[in-house]
Write a protein that binds this ligand. Structure first.
Ligand code: XMP
Length: 319
């Protein structure tokens, strides 16, 4: 009967035995699995680990800074942040079809990630936060949208191309065990209990074609939503809560001026596994506060909608 502490001790020893004095690379997404893998491997081999974080320009407000603060400053991990936001936005310019956007984002991610790994040089290992369910489901990823959360940051083929050995210290664990390991290693609750976030990020939450201006509006609105969800405690009770930028304008009024401006939709759902979901019945007062803060504080937003669709027939994301 293993406790989390025993597991960590055993795992640290296994990683040391496997890796010896060689260097390890890890693609950090900021999600639970890659974060726990990073903390665990760092505990085992310290400075032999280098983490690479790709800023694709589609991250939420403050996300990159939070990653830098936690891993570089707090854990003292060798972290390389690659700012590729201009490249992603250039390639996405004028593209509005969801699958086309996903493909561009996925391909660009693999390209940027591989290039940045090569620039680090000298590593023999690529570490991934693969969990036990990923191992058994990897055959069936196709029909399972939830497995997409993984596939985006699991760069198939790359270890072979780069002649890297795979290090997967979470391979035997389920999600709840990974969270327990993360908590014991001192990762904050914001990381360990973080809501899922899709690999294509805000790229699939700006409905239609993506511009920097639309991203800025969405980030500001989303940040208010997250803040209020955290402050009220509902962030921890729902499966996902996020804002979506709609490709439509609507008339509003500021003072006695007509204001033809953007529309934001709130998507807040409850779910067990993302296969089905239902919209969360939040208190009206909380929704009112979120709505009035967004229309008052985010320039260019005149209207806030609440998405009351369940999955199926809708999906959680809009695209
Ligand atoms: P849907 O929208 O299909 O989403 O109900 C189910 C879960 O998967 C996430 N999701 C994605 N994750 N890449 C990802 O890594 C994607 O392309 C993608 N699409 C959806 C979504 O956030 C939800 O948790």
């Amino acid at each position: 009967d293993w406790t989390t502490k025993d597991y960590i001790k055993h795992s640290v020893q296994t990683i040391r035995d496997q890796v010896g004095k060689e260097r390890v690379l890890l693609g950090l997404s900021g999600g639970v699995d890659s974060s726990v893998a990073a903390a665990l491997i760092h505990k085992a081999i310290g400075k032999q680990l280098t983490c690479v974080f790709v800023d694709n320009g589609l991250l939420r407000a403050g996300e990159r800074e939070q990653v830098e603060k936690l891993y570089a400053d707090h854990f003292n991990i060798d972290l390389r942040v690659v700012d590729a936001s201009k490249l992603f936005l250039k390639r996405l310019k004028g593209v509005s079809e969801p699958e086309a956007k996903r493909k561009i984002i996925g391909n660009t991610f693999v390209e940027v990630f591989e290039k940045s790994l090569r620039s680090v040089g000298g590593a023999k290992w690529l570490a991934q936060g693969t969990l036990y369910p990923d191992v058994i489901e990897s055959v069936a990823i196709a029909g399972n949208p939830a497995a997409l959360i993984k596939s985006h940051h699991n760069v198939g083929g790359l270890p072979d191309r780069m002649k890297l050995k795979l290090l997967e210290p979470l391979r035997e664990l389920f999600k709840d065990e990974v969270r327990a390991v993360g908590e014991t290693l001192g990762l904050p609750r914001e990381v360990v209990w973080r809501q899922p976030f899709p690999g294509p990020g805000l790229g699939v939450r700006v409905a239609g074609d993506i511009t920097q201006e639309k991203l800025n509006v969405l980030k500001a609105a989303d940040s208010i939503l997250q803040h209020e969800m955290m402050a009220s405690g509902y962030y921890w009770k729902v499966w996902q809560s996020f804002a979506v930028y709609l490709p439509v304008k609507s008339v509003g009024v500021i003072g006695d001026e007509r204001n033809y401006a953007d529309v934001i939709s709130l998507r807040i759902v409850e779910s067990r596994d993302a296969m089905t979901a239902d919209w969360a019945r939040l208190p009206y007062d909380l929704l009112a506060k979120i709505s009035s803060r967004i229309t008052n504080e985010v320039r260019g937003v005149s209207r806030v909608l609440l998405d009351i669709s369940s999955k199926p027939p809708a999906t959680i994301e809009w695209e």
